[in-house]
Design a protein around this ligand. Structure first.
Ligand code: ADP
Ligand code: MG
Length: 255
């Protein structure tokens, strides 16, 4: 493992009862890398994310953040190391504005602190910093005008953007984004990818992004693509390498 390795997954396996959802998954993400994770429905992409972010404990294998074993850590501890994630199904606080949604610490279904954090007194010392981070996140995603819109008024794509904004709060080192553009109209989906690319290049953080559309991800300027199929890695390569790989072509393009 080299010094700039942010995430290392080695021989990850996750079983649900008799079902082996993830079989033998190994890959590394380096700092400043923008990596796509793709594969058909049910091939184990979200399960891989759930293991990395600590929502599920793996059956076997190793997961390291910056060289530290995180496989026994709780989600909040992993988050403190700088790993933040979004979920496949975005849920915002509908009666709150966009900026208020960004101010709520990331939703974590296993954390007992979600409710507590909602009712924190307004005079928290880091409140001003968080507010300024929230506006920065909207600036980075080029949607500062959405700050005071109610979440319930947003389109599906705009909600996904706010969710990504939420993952940018609190100084992340690695964003794990689970299908952030699924169901998002083409132009907005491309804008989201362009902004993520720029954020990676400007800040040096890393992004691992799940996307199910192969044709789409091949054109979005990611550095590498991890292709999964039936719980295993089919290949890892640059978009050009993936395009040329016969196995992948057969699995996805049906040739
Ligand atoms: N919590 C769970 N309990 C049981 N089976 C699960 C659970 N999560 C995922 N699975 C199963 O594991 C396999 C991989 O699912 P998932 O990782 O969600 O795939 P993907 O995100 O690639 O579509 C699927 O067969 C799915 O039904
Ligand atoms: Mg999934």
């Amino acid at each position: 493992m080299s010094e700039d390795t942010v995430l290392r997954v080695n021989k990850l396996k996750k079983e649900f009862g008799g079902l082996v959802a993830v079989k033998d998954v190994s890959f590394e993400i380096k700092s400043g890398e923008f990596v796509g994770l793709i594969g058909p429905n049910g091939c184990g992409k979200s399960t891989t994310f759930n293991c990395i972010s600590g929502l599920l404990s793996q059956t076997s294998g190793e997961i390291e953040a910056f060289g530290t074993d995180i496989s026994q850590m709780r989600p909040d501890q992993i988050q403190k190391l700088g790993f933040t994630r979004t979920f496949q199904h975005t849920r915002l606080w509908r009666q709150m504005t966009v900026i208020e949604n960004l101010m709520v610490p990331p939703r974590n279904p296993y954390s007992p602190n979600v409710l507590k954090s909602l009712f924190m007194p307004k005079t928290r010392p880091n409140e001003k910093m968080r507010l300024s981070n929230a506006y920065d996140a909207l600036d980075q995603l080029e949607v500062p005008h959405m700050a005071h819109n109610l979440a319930s008024e947003l389109s599906g794509g705009q909600s996904k953007l706010v969710d990504i904004g939420r993952s940018l709060m609190g100084d992340p080192q690695l964003l794990l984004l689970d299908e952030p553009v699924a169901g998002v109209a083409g132009p907005l989906a491309m804008k989201i990818f362009n902004n993520l690319r720029r954020i990676v290049d400007e800040t040096g953080i890393s992004v691992l992004i799940i996307e199910h559309n192969m044709d789409f991800i091949l054109r979005q300027g990611v550095d590498r693509i991890i292709v999964m199929n039936e719980g295993e890695i089919l290949m890892i390569g640059t978009p050009d390498e993936v395009k040329k790989n016969r196995e992948v072509i057969e699995a996805y393009l049906g040739e």
